[in-house]
Write a protein that binds this ligand. Structure first.
Ligand code: CU
Length: 141
């Protein structure tokens, strides 16, 4: 009888943990944010890097104008990453972001379209990307 209770508690705890963990990690598309054009002609935006999200995760920029994204990590321990691999559009970045660190990435998109970015890190429960660390850079003409 004691043994049965122990197993029930273990199963319940596992289910709760799984629900909690998976609820942290599905992609919710945030409202698109238009990168702000500065006087120096650079389009700038900030992205908050958390576990497991980028906020915002949809940035709109103009084609053929330089873009500067500030990636601000607000995590306590876990390192993340910003990968966007679209050399055909002049965008090819793979930058690690330590916990609590600000990383600035720069590129000039040469093609219109929607280009996906993500975190390439993997935890013991799977890739950060699958948990929601992905987004899109939308390049407009
Ligand atoms: Cu990550």
């Amino acid at each position: 009888m004691v043994r049965t209770n122990y197993i029930q508690i273990l199963v319940l705890a596992s289910v709760l943990f799984f629900l909690l963990y998976s609820s942290l990690g599905f992609t919710q598309n945030s409202t698109p944010v238009v990168a702000k054009m500065s006087e120096d002609g650079v389009q700038r935006a900030e992205i908050i890097v958390d576990t497991h999200s980028f906020k915002p995760n949809h940035i709109i920029v103009e084609v053929n104008k330089p873009v500067e994204l500030t990636l601000k990590s607000v995590t306590m321990v876990i390192p993340h990453n910003f990968t966007i691999n679209h050399p055909e559009a002049g965008i090819n970045i793979d930058e690690n972001i330590s916990h609590g660190e600000d990383v600035i990435v720069k590129f000039t998109p040469t093609k219109t379209g929607s280009f996906d970015f993500y975190c390439n890190k993997k935890g013991i429960f799977g890739s950060h990307r699958k948990k929601g660390m992905e987004g899109v850079i939308e390049v407009k003409g």
